[in-house]
Design a protein around this ligand. Structure first.
Ligand code: SF4
Ligand code: ZN
Length: 336
């Protein structure tokens, strides 16, 4: 017969079934295992060093809100000695980003962390995402947004002398990226998409994913039980159907076998690059226009910008490896 008590402490009544393990546990034990697993992942991978400045990509969504809360909590509990900053990007999407930024501003006060906001409008010749979508429609909009956001976050981090950003990408997102790369035949991206820390050839900041092994359902439960203040509306220009289908497949697999999410990540990790694929990876240089780090003569953001300014909308949207990479990543909007 099933125990009436929490399967971990055997003291309290269970409040939930833990999505990752199926255990019936109490709230206190859930908080403990959720936080401790993240702490263990961060320390086992030696993600931070004492005195390091770490930027949290903060969108006001559930992932980045829980990330900011947990990072602050663990930094104090285990005395990591890191300095945390919230960095937000304003893509200029009325009715979505303006409201979610208001959430980040409340988080900033609740968690007492410094906060910086950078906007597409300021960085990219006045182009907000509302303007971009008015010009190009709803095809490839997330590619523009992803390129712009990546560089915007880097620029904000650099201005604060931050060289390490953490984002709220969770285990479900990483499994989704692995699956999309597989379905697109983009095997070269597989090992990289599962790395907990990446230092891209086109970025001066490294990026880490402390939630690499954290299930989305558990993030939602944690935010709910802790009554965290987050913004849950989807972007008006939500991501393309292919990604949505990959996401739905992961959710279905999770229902049948909860370990599927971690198993997909392990599979991605286990696939090794052949030497020929590795040779095709790009070299780092500087964009001739904006001076920012790039793997091409002109960086992707400048190419897309030129396309918008001149009306040649295909510019920078080729079927090249880099565009495919951007399209296969989970947008940081929902995370960062
Ligand atoms: Fe940008 Fe995300 Fe909206 Fe796409 S879904 S337009 S990446 S904010
Ligand atoms: Zn318990």
């Amino acid at each position: 017969m099933r125990s009436k008590q929490c399967e971990l402490c055997d003291l309290n009544r269970p409040a939930l079934v833990r999505p990752k393990t199926g255990q019936r546990i109490c709230k206190d034990c859930f908080y403990y295992v959720f936080e401790t697993e993240i702490h263990n992942v961060m320390t086992e991978h030696k993600l931070f060093h004492r005195g390091e400045k770490v930027g949290i990509g903060a969108s006001g969504g559930k992932d980045s809100t829980v990330l900011a809360y947990v990072m602050k909590l663990l930094n104090e509990r285990y005395d990591y000695g890191i300095e945390l900053y919230l960095i937000s990007v304003d893509e200029g999407i009325r009715g979505y980003r303006d409201d979610s930024l208001a959430t980040v501003k409340r988080n900033q006060q609740q968690y007492e962390l410094p906060m910086t906001v950078v906007s597409y409008e300021d960085l990219y010749d006045g182009w907000t995402m509302d303007n971009v979508v008015a010009r190009i429609g709803l095809k490839n909009n997330c590619t523009y947004c992803g390129v712009f956001r990546r560089q915007a976050l880097d620029r904000a981090a650099l201005s604060l002398d931050i060289h390490h950003l953490v984002t709220g990408h969770n285990a479900d997102d990483i499994a989704e990226t692995v699956l999309m790369n597989l379905l697109r035949g983009d095997v070269a991206r597989l090992p990289r998409s599962t790395e907990i820390t990446t230092q891209s050839d086109t970025s001066p900041t490294k990026r880490s994913k402390p939630f690499k092994y954290t299930y989305e359902k558990e993030i939602v439960l944690y935010a709910h039980y802790k009554k965290l203040d987050y913004f849950s509306t989807e972007c008006t220009y939500s991501p393309e159907a292919f990604r949505g289908t990959a996401r739905a497949m992961i959710k279905q697999l999770e229902c049948i076998r909860p370990s599927s999410i971690l198993d997909i990540i392990y599979s991605g990790e286990a696939m090794q690059l052949s030497d020929t694929v590795q040779e095709r990876l790009p070299q780092q240089t500087q964009c001739e226009r904006c001076g920012f780090i790039s793997s091409n003569r002109i960086c992707k953001a400048c190419m897309l910008l030129e396309g918008l300014n001149t009306g040649i909308l295909g510019l920078g949207l080729g079927s090249d490896r880099k565009t495919r990479k951007l399209q296969s990543q989970t947008p940081e909007c929902a995370k960062g």
